[in-house]
Design a protein around this ligand. Structure first.
Ligand code: AP5
Length: 223
């Protein structure tokens, strides 16, 4: 029997730990992590013609219009490293994006394996995001309390300088959470109805959450 692709989605509010968990999952299951946030930050840094447009949405904590994200995402899942599957982190974020993804996967005869929904209360999220620091070289993510770098301001892995994302200010976080509840949280219901949703309590230790997620993936991935 041929093995089906492992096509996963991590759904959850800003700061839920999607990126933190995704980094460990892709190492274990050898599939690429596709973060639409990272893809768009790379487009902004490239200084392309889309750069200023994307920046204005992202720095305000608003969603980038569906069509722009879809074009970038579909081109990415068609790359060779996605042939055995992928992990989408931060996509879809609207019901419209989810419907378009479904059509694209149907066309490629590569259905979704499951959606892991990471749940964390709003009051915890703000504390996580304001204390997050990212490596400017390798994009590793740290937390000033829960995942401290050994040397202040320096990445343990590559020695790169750590910085704070512009959208991790309290004011922008407030808007990102509002946008999440209005536009993204309806996806919980969307995927629940399709019997494709696997909720995980994201308000625990990073290792415990990872174990729970691996148990889910192993079930989804068994022949
Ligand atoms: P994006 O980059 O996707 O950001 P996000 O979804 O807001 O998610 P984050 O990266 O902030 O959080 P995360 O869940 O990955 O948490 P992390 O693991 O880092 O999107 C940015 C912007 O791009 C959007 O606002 C929008 O403008 C645009 N965009 C992106 N995708 C789009 C789309 N599909 N459509 C339209 N627009 C789009 O963890 C956070 C912190 O908590 C870290 O410091 C970490 O160390 C710590 N931490 C993690 N887990 C734990 C734990 N269990 N206990 C304690 N601390 C923890």
């Amino acid at each position: 029997m041929t093995k089906r692709n492992l096509n996963l989605i991590f759904l959850g509010p800003p700061g839920a730990g999607k990126g933190t968990q995704a980094k460990q999952v892709v190492d274990k299951y050898s599939i690429p992590q596709i973060s639409t946030g990272d893809l768009m930050r790379a487009t902004v840094s490239s200084g392309s013609s889309l750069s200023e447009k994307l920046k204005s949405y992202m720095q305000a904590g608003a969603l980038v219009p569906d069509q722009l994200v879809l074009d970038i995402l579909i081109a990415r899942i068609d790359q060779a490293d996605c042939q055995k599957g992928f992990l989408l982190d931060g996509f879809p974020r609207t019901v419209g994006q989810a419907e378009e993804l479904e059509k694209a996967l149907l066309k490629r005869n590569s259905p979704l394996s499951g959606v892991v929904s990471i749940d964390v209360p709003d009051e915890v999220l703000t504390g996580r995001l304001t204390a997050r620091r990212i490596c400017s070289k390798c994009s590793a993510s740290y937390h000033l309390e829960y995942l401290k770098p050994q040397k202040d301001g320096i990445c343990d892995r590559c020695g790169g300088e750590l910085y704070q994302r512009k959208d991790d200010s309290e004011e922008v976080i407030k808007n990102r959470l509002k946008v999440y509840h209005e536009q993204t949280s309806p996806l919980v219901d969307f995927y629940q109805k399709k019997k494709n949703l696997y909720p995980v309590d994201g308000n625990k230790k990073i290792d415990m959450i990872f174990q729970e997620i691996c148990d889910i993936i192993d079930r989804l991935n068994s022949p």
